[in-house]
Design a protein around this ligand. Structure first.
Ligand code: MSP
Length: 653
């Protein structure tokens, strides 16, 4: 395949609409792209990973009007939330493009101008059934609804008739060229089933498409004819070249174009596999290597989408567990071409079995024994025996397979292969029973060998898991006494043996706690990141965007100074602390999601604001009788403390 010989890797996600904040479905595409970007960096390629937001068009205009704000105000707020979410999910994009950025608008206009001059764009009149929600004219064979209006086959909504002067793109001229390209590059569209669909769509005949609107004000104006704005898809698709620097960072553009991989859900494959290459051919740009249409995450058997009201908020999981279990689950559970049904039960089952049991236990047991038997430093392992060599050989062959699957854009297979090796490493420990070896001082060298071998297997496994679980891989290497990050060691520089047995290892910390379904659903986080939650549209429209409360309503909050008497971790929850609080003669227990920013001992003796009359809740099996106030950034809590000796229980107002 072409990409293998290339030393650069340019991967993109779709740019997401800003009519609402992203949900798990959007997170899915972005996580796949991130894992593949990280894999390619480790493979030694120079990577450019692009994501961003699609901010023009009628959909955004409408959503902003419903909230009583301007489109750019809506876009700004959703962009902040999107970027926060990507940060919370450990996404490593190199650039975040917004279609309202001046270089993009200018670039789109310039491309439009050139196509017009060349004759690939011409002016005419369009009349047809148009779906406002999807911003697309319907195909001729769209069904007719009860009231005579055609129904959009994608979203099921009634379409409206639109007649307007418009500029057309001469798509019909590219039918044969597209088919020739598909023929010559069978991997151009993946998976193969989608290639067949796209090819048969093109074979069915292509008509010129309208690429401007007079009814939409919120868009890029047509150069020299500003009554028209450029259709949002023509505008949006060109982000892949404008953001790369086509007319403002030529060096970067030359280095990375054509894209190695455009990733997206199957819902928008046709735009990318038919329109986009035709636009590129018209402008004389090379075509991307691969357009990959992945499957959908369904909830209750329907595509997760805002309009169906069945979306899942990723923070529900990230707040309690951090990003890696979600990243792992989404990539491991289904091959990226297929659909998957998301259930919390399925998620918890997979995370408990693969992460808590298989991998977490292997790390925990090994590090525990290194502490118990060697005080943290393994020292001098005895010579390698046959079964040690077999484990190393199994690692090398698993590694070859894992890397080949990542190269083939098949992270589920890569993880499956890696976990088969982790199973072998667990078996190796069980077979060699270090706890028995520890009983005989004469076998100390052998004991050291077995634990070193297990630690080396963990180190190697973490390196291979790093594209998918970067944070956990970093933590595990740190526990193993590695000073480098696994994300800084190229595959080519990795050696199984590079784990120095003379370097001290750290005692284990809970990496992947087991999750209990009931507790998980009862209390995802003690400090919900309100700032990250989607702002629900206010009804009726044109109201202010925040609910205004009266002073009387505010007075209902019993805010008081709490003094921390005791603080401890909540077992099995990396983010939670259990605090005993003095509220002025009354003692309360509060569970707070602050363990990422504060150790228990940091908080004892500290004073902060507590909501004392909040309904008690059970969080991870522990009762919480109030809530503390904290600022939230990237899912982490920062508590404003009182200076001085203000008495516990004092009113805060
Ligand atoms: N703005 C266009 C894309 C323009 S790209 C030049 C758009 N935006 S979107 O916000 O609707 O995002 C669509 C993408 O989000 C899908 O193609 C897919 O990548 C992702 N997903 C949205 N819902 C999803 C699921 N339920 N499951 C999997 N992916 C999902 O279309």
């Amino acid at each position: 395949m072409e990409k293998k010989s290339k030393q650069t890797f340019f991967v993109t996600t779709p740019i997401y609409y800003v009519n609402d904040v992203p949900h798990i479905g959007h997170a899915y595409t972005t996580i796949i792209a991130d894992a593949l970007a990280r894999h390619n960096r480790l493979a030694g390629r120079e990577v450019f990973f692009l994501t961003g937001t699609d901010e023009h068009g009628q959909k955004i205009e409408k959503a902003a009007a419903e909230r009583g704000i301007t489109p750019i105000e809506l876009a700004d707020s959703v962009v902040t939330r999107t970027q926060n979410l990507w940060q919370a999910l450990d996404i490593s994009q190199d650039f975040f493009v917004r279609t309202t950025m001046p270089f993009h608008e200018k670039g789109v206009q310039e491309i439009f101008r050139r196509m017009l001059a060349k004759g690939d764009i011409y002016k005419g009149e369009y009349k047809g059934w148009y779906c406002v929600s999807d911003e697309a004219f319907l195909p001729d064979d769209a069904p007719i609804g009860k009231d005579g209006a055609k129904i959009c086959p994608d979203c099921g909504r009634a379409a409206v008739v639109l007649a307007e002067p418009t500029y057309f793109f001469r798509l019909s001229a590219y039918q044969q060229k597209l088919l020739d390209h598909f023929e010559a590059h069978p991997d151009f569209v993946r998976p193969p089933s989608r290639m067949n669909e796209v090819a048969s769509f093109v074979r069915g005949g292509l008509r010129d498409i309208s690429i401007t609107r007079t009814t939409v004000k919120w868009g890029v104006p047509v150069p020299d004819d500003p009554a028209h704005t450029i259709y949002v898809w023509f505008d949006a698709l060109h982000n892949y070249i404008t953001a790369l620097g086509w007319d403002w960072n030529r060096e970067r553009f030359e280095k990375f174009w054509p894209a190695s991989l455009h990733l997206m859900g199957k819902d928008i494959l046709r735009f990318h596999a038919v329109y986009w290459p035709a636009f590129l051919m018209a402008s004389g740009f090379a075509l991307p290597d691969c357009i990959f249409g992945h499957g959908w995450w369904l909830k209750d058997e329907a595509k997760m989408s805002k309009s169906l009201g069945n979306v899942l908020d990723p923070y529900l999981i990230i707040n309690t567990l951090g990003p890696d279990p979600l990243r792992y689950f989404l990539l491991r559970e289904i091959p990226i071409g297929l659909d998957g049904n998301f259930s919390h039960e399925g998620f918890i089952h997979r995370v408990n079995s693969d992460l808590a049991n298989d991998f977490g236990n292997l790390v925990h047991r090994t590090l525990n024994m290194v502490q118990q038997y060697f005080g943290g430093t393994i020292g001098e392992p005895a010579a390698e025996e046959a079964q040690d060599a077999a484990l190393r050989a199994a690692f090398e062959s698993a590694r070859t397979a894992v890397l080949a699957h990542y190269e083939d854009y098949a992270p589920a297979k890569a993880l499956e292969e890696l976990w088969a090796f982790i199973g072998l490493a667990n078996k190796y420990l069980a077979d060699n029973a270090p706890w028995k070896l520890a009983k005989d001082p004469a076998l100390r060298g052998r004991l050291a060998r077995v634990l070193w071998q297990a630690a080396a297997a963990i180190r190697g496994s973490s390196h291979l898991a790093a594209p998918v679980m970067p944070g956990s891989a970093r933590r595990i290497w740190d526990l193993l006494g590695e000073t480098r990050s696994p994300l800084d060691v190229l595959y080519a520089d990795f050696r199984f043996d590079d784990l120095d047995p003379a370097r001290p290892m750290k005692p284990p910390v809970p990496l992947f706690p087991r999750i209990d379904l009931k507790e998980f659903l009862a209390g995802p986080a003690a400090v919900p990141p309100a700032a990250e939650r989607p702002a629900e549209p206010k009804k009726p429209p044109k109201e202010t965007t925040m609910d205004i409360i009266t002073y009387e309503e505010f007075k209902k909050l019993d805010l008081r100074v709490g003094l921390v008497l005791k603080a401890e971790r909540v077992e099995g929850a990396t983010r939670l602390l259990k605090l005993q609080i003095d509220l002025g003669g009354e003692q309360r227990q509060i569970v707070a999601g602050v363990a990422e920013t504060y150790a228990p001992e940091d908080l004892v003796g500290k004073r902060f604001t507590v909501i004392a009359n909040l309904k008690p809740a059970v969080i991870r099996g522990v009762e919480s009788q109030g809530m503390l106030l904290a600022g939230i950034r990237d899912g982490k809590a920062f508590i404003p403390f009182f200076e001085g000796d203000i008495p516990a229980g004092s009113k805060v107002q």
